[in-house]
Design a protein around this ligand. Structure first.
Ligand code: ADP
Length: 540
């Protein structure tokens, strides 16, 4: 009983609002008495059926019947017009459901559905049925059928493009608390200037009679700004303000859309408003969609980083224990088994491979931990006077031993010493990362590591050059970003895409630079330049 009462109540409210809106908009100046320049009831009934459900359609039918009957149409004609309006509202709302349009019109799909099948196509139903009913009853002469039909159609279209978006978007939740004072000021300033601009442009109060200014298309840049800065909420409101001002002035024979004839002037204004509102709705949807996708991507990256940070912290302890156990096992085997025996060589080889894998795992974990530190701004450098050549020679020696047969591939060109004030551990990371990449992507060809001291620029230069697979030109800058890789994600060459990102952070923290030159299939050369003396030569 209560639900039936609620249903009847909703239908009655819908019908009453429909009647009030209809009567009001026909006062604005209708073509042939029945076709208003903008028909808000169409937009209102579309929004109502979409928000509250299609079963409220009797409210539209009753409202439309009463308005037309009130205007002087006989019962049959009123029934015909009401039928057209109801069919239009049901079709429009159904299409919005069918194409999964969102109430906030925050996606291109939603706006395109609203503009094309709904505003342009479903409104044909009401215009055709309505005008046909009036014509049959002799309310409009044959000569006026086309004008009335087009005014009716565009009027309904305007209802769907201006009123429906306003109601749909503003019916979604808004979190006012998230607005900062700066944003309130922005909203206020944009609203004031837009209204002022619309008044000036459409009234011709400013520089009356001049053909140069004001011109209606001046509203476009302003609507563009509103779409970008305030999104769909701003645009639907601006379109409403714009339509009210323009139609009011035109109906009152004021402004640059007034051409001496009411119906011609109103139709001109309608077409202008239809173009303006659909364009700005699309622009705002595209902007909102981009903003949403960007923030979703940011959130996803944050979640991934948090996961990696926790995982790397948690994995560190078992990994340290594992490598200590491997060392212990190595020692035990050396004492338990005679050196040089077949089984001792075999076990040593297996142990060596396991230690190498745990070393690589450790390097990955260190990358992840450093990433975490970089994010939380904790990558503090511990500066000391050190020799870059020693660090490079040690790293090269290490890679020569661990890469076994490829010993002769690595060569170093350097003076005896290149001393500077840097963070030793971090510089070791840079050197190791660059050499291990050169080995990984070097196609087994020779690699040269050069260390130089540039007296002119007062910097040390580290150049790691390989003749490997090379990097595509469009990837050259990207590889220094986090998780960016220039190889096919399914390639057998593994990696996290973090090494170079961390290298760049370390080098830039030293006020240095890291660059790359590369040619596909010919190899890559990474160059790091570090100032010999940094501002903070001591411990930071
Ligand atoms: P990872 O090697 O773990 O993928 P890096 O940050 O060290 O991550 O490198 C990023 C990407 O840059 C690599 O995935 C690779 O595509 C490319 N790259 C790095 N060094 C070289 C190199 N010497 N030759 C060719 N490509 C390289």
């Amino acid at each position: 009983m209560a639900s039936r009462f609620r249903y009847f109540f909703k239908i009655s409210v819908l019908a009453v609002i429909y009647i009030v809106l209809g009567k009001f908009s026909l006062e604005l100046g209708a073509v042939n008495k029945f076709a208003a320049p903008i028909w808000p009831p169409t937009g209102f009934s579309l929004a109502a059926l979409f928000i509250f459900g299609l079963d409220l359609w009797p409210g539209v039918a009753i409202g439309a019947f009463i308005v037309n009957w009130w205007l002087g149409a006989n019962v049959l004609v009123s029934l015909g017009i009401a039928g057209g309006n109801t069919l239009e509202a049901i079709t429009g709302a159904w299409l919005l459901f069918r194409f999964s349009a969102l109430r906030n019109l925050g996606t291109l799909n939603s706006v395109l559905t609203l503009v094309f099948p709904v505003a342009i196509i479903s409104t044909l139903l009401s215009a055709t049925i309505g005008v046909f009913s009036l014509f049959l009853d002799g309310k409009i002469p044959p000569a006026s059928v086309a004008t009335t039909w087009s005014a009716w159609w565009v009027g309904d279209m305007m209802g769907n493009l201006v009123i429906a978006p306003l109601l749909l978007v503003w019916s979604t939740k808004i979190n006012l608390k998230q607005f900062r004072p700066r944003q309130w000021i922005e909203v206020f300033l944009i609203s004031i200037s837009f209204t002022f601009l619309a008044l000036i442009i459409f009234s011709n109060w400013f520089l009356p009679g001049t053909q140069l200014f004001p011109r209606p298309f001046c509203v476009f840049p302003m609507l563009g700004i509103i779409a970008i800065r305030l999104g769909q909420r701003g645009v639907v409101t601006a379109n409403f303000i714009l339509s009210t001002i323009l139609l009011y002035f035109t109906a009152n024979e004021i402004g640059n859309f007034w051409k001496g004839d009411l119906s011609e002037s109103l139709q001109l204004a309608q077409v202008f408003l239809a173009v303006v509102s659909s364009t700005s709705l699309v622009l705002a949807a595209a902007t909102d969609e981009r903003k949403r996708l960007y923030s979703e991507a940011q959130k996803a990256i944050t979640i991934r980083d948090e996961f990696l940070s926790v995982a790397s912290h948690e994995l560190r302890t078992p990994l340290t224990i594992l490598s200590l156990r491997l060392q212990l096992l190595d020692r035990e085997i050396k004492t338990a088994l005679p050196t040089g025996s077949e089984s001792s060589t075999k076990i040593s080889e297996i142990l060596h491979a396991s230690q190498e894998q745990s070393r690589r795992l450790k390097l990955w974990l260190t990358d992840l931990l450093d990433l975490d530190r970089i994010h939380s701004d904790k990558l503090r450098l511990i500066m000391e006077k050190m020799d870059l050549v020693t660090v490079v020679n040690e790293a090269v020696e290490y890679f020569k031993i661990s890469s076994g047969k490829n010993k002769e591939l690595l060569s170093v060109v350097s003076p005896e010493l290149v001393v500077g004030t840097w963070d030793r551990m971090r510089i070791e990371r840079v050197v190791n990362n660059l050499i291990s990449n050169a080995i990984k992507y070097g196609n087994g060809k020779p690699i040269t590591v050069t260390v130089e001291q540039d007296e002119f620029y007062h910097c040390a230069r580290l150049i790691v050059s390989d003749q490997g697979i090379g990097i595509l030109p469009n990837k050259l800058n990207k590889i220094f970003e986090r998780y960016e890789r220039a190889v096919d994600p399914h390639s057998s060459i593994g990696g996290l895409g973090l090494g170079l990102y961390i290298c760049r952070q370390i080098v830039e923290e030293h006020r240095g630079t890291i660059t790359v030159a590369s040619e596909i299939g010919r190899g890559s050369t990474f160059t790091v330049e570090l100032p010999i003396k940094t501002l903070s030569s001591e411990v930071i």
